[in-house]
Design a protein around this ligand. Structure first.
Ligand SMILES: Cc1cc2nc3c(=O)[nH]c(=O)nc-3n(C[C@H](O)[C@H](O)[C@H](O)COP(=O)(O)OP(=O)(O)OC[C@H]3O[C@@H](n4cnc5c(N)ncnc54)[C@H](O)[C@@H]3O)c2cc1C
Length: 157
């Protein structure tokens, strides 16, 4: 069988890419995933990821190489091995990167990556049910809600 696109890894990026490419019926898209379907009970429970942090059925359970600058310590690195990839295990926190980081990349020569350049793409992806502001998207595929408690403690007045 022939394909126009073969995507390796059905994680956050792979699934978005497959969805966008296959929206055009002319494209034949193959999405390959090393892990199983996302049927694990704890994937569908908010913050259930604690239960899958060391579950090799859905998690690669990597260890880092020994870190020379940390007294050769190794670190445990959870990574999703399941449909949805690490987004099937993650802590459900959504936040944009810092304005200053994007602007610094643009200043260093990375054209098209200033905060003003990437803002339309954040907005396009977002579907925030609570924050109806001119810089927040409401029609995208990435659903989020503003947490009232966090807003009180993190917003500067
Ligand atoms: C425990 C945990 C908590 C997190 N919490 C948050 C959070 O709260 N907020 C946040 O923004 N981010 C969080 N993250 C990070 C976020 O989930 C990841 O940055 C993001 O999902 C990475 O997307 P990706 O597409 O690059 O990779 P992944 O989503 O990891 O996808 C990679 C996919 O490729 C597959 N794959 C790898 N090799 C092969 C192969 N050879 N053949 C076939 N398939 C292969 C993997 O199995 C996996 O499904 C968390 C991550 C973890 C692990």
């Amino acid at each position: 069988m022939d394909f126009d696109y073969i995507i390796v890894g059905a994680g956050s990026a792979g699934c978005v890419l497959a969805n966008r490419l296959s929206a055009d019926p002319k494209n034949k898209v193959l999405l390959l995933e090393a892990g199983p379907e996302d049927k694990n009970f704890w994937i569908h429970i908010p913050l259930g990821y604690g239960k899958n942090l060391t579950n090799k059925a859905v998690n690669w359970c990597f260890d880092s190489v020994p870190e020379k600058n940390a007294n050769n310590k190794t670190d445990y690195l959870a990574r999703g091995k399941v449909l949805g990839g690490s987004s099937s295990l993650n802590g459900m926190v959504y936040m944009r990167g810092q304005h200053a980081d994007y602007d610094m990349w643009a200043q260093m020569g990375c054209r098209g990556w200033s905060y003003q350049d990437v803002l339309p793409y954040f907005r396009k992806a977002e579907n925030n049910s609570a924050a109806r502001t001119s810089i927040t998207g409401q029609a995208g595929r990435c659903r989020s809600a503003t947490c009232a408690t966090s807003r009180r403690s993190w917003t500067r007045s």
